[in-house]
Design a protein around this ligand. Sequence first.
Ligand code: NAD
Ligand code: IPM
Ligand code: MN
Length: 367
Amino acid sequence: MSTPSLLILPGDGIGPEVMAEVRKIVDWFGAKRDLTFDVSEDLVGGAAYDAHGTPLHDDTMARAQDVDAVLLGAVGGPKYDALDFSLKPERGLLRLRKEMDLFANLRPAQCFDALSHFSSLKQEVVAGLDIMIVRELTSGVYFGEPRGIFEEGNERVGINTQRYTESEIDRVARSAFELAMKRDKKLCSMEKANVMESGILWREVVTRVGQDYPEVELSHMYADAGAMQLTRWPKQFDVIVTDNLFGDLLSDLAAMLTGSLGMLPSASLGAPMSNGRPKALYEPVHGSAPDIAGQGKANPIACILSFAMALRYSFDQGDEAARVEKAVEAVLADGVRTADLLGEDGTVPVSTSEMGDAIVAKLDASL
Ligand code: NAD
Ligand code: IPM
Ligand code: MN
């Protein structure tokens, strides 16, 4: 196989800080496992706007289409709040997702044993938690037309449209069923079929796809009740499939079950490319965290675990992905903590870079 290509887009705020730690892991694989990547780096979000006046240059878009996988840090920040909507950093990320057609966003929420006491929920509620949220990522209210702010009589109206075609629901449902087949064979689909026609269609199509997966136990839940159940007893779930907006909200909620938003990775997958691998972009669930950017406080684990997902889903290196995940687990078991993983117990937090180094040391120890 030729050297796999990886495009790194650090982005804004803590994005470059956490990505610097991922680079250490990528370099480690080259040096110690003979697993070398053809790494290139480019700008996205506010950083791209500052350099080019656009949150995603066409050349960067073309490179993203061309590589085996993209790894993204985070975009956005208060500096860009006043920009025209079309130029905002977030538009760059949304363009990547849309043009690469990354319709299935896998957001696993796993509670590491060493952190089970740290969640804002009771330890017995989260200990051992391992769920996977599959969020539809390229349609729904994020992209539906009509959209915009319009004049209506003597006032303005803001419009976004929730829209799903049967084929859009079908393909993300299939991704979720396939994942469920490899896990505990339980899938819960969340929508609001009680108030939204798109929800009625969603439920109908997911049920139909389910006929192709008779071994998977399928259930349906209204998304508001789903949010309640995720905090009441999250271990009732294995895989959850839901739309773009509900998936955004529910995955931030799930992040806090694991202790910190700084822990949650994600993989955004599209259709298979000519080499059989899915088009893919990997990114932490968290954002650019302007409140802590530039202070060396960010937790790099979500981004490092996103690279582990790349090893698994883009590069067929499931064992090496597990090696990274075990290294993270071992570091946490040693009590190494960035500030987001600490209460008021007086433990001194490590910096972003020290956390990266500790994980590399555990990788060394795994050989
Ligand atoms: P955020 O995720 O950036 O931050 C929410 C809170 O979590 C903050 O208190 C932050 O300090 C903390 N946090 C997040 N990641 C952390 C980490 N790795 N380590 C330690 N603490 C962490 O969400 P926000 O404040 O609502 O948004 C800030 C900006 O990021 C906005 O411009 C938003 O649009 C953008 N955003 C981007 C992405 C992305 O690029 N994928 C995702 C979410 C938000
Ligand atoms: C996420 C973020 C993005 C979203 C923003 C930054 C466009 O919140 O990836 O969860 O809303 O999808
Ligand atoms: Mn979000």
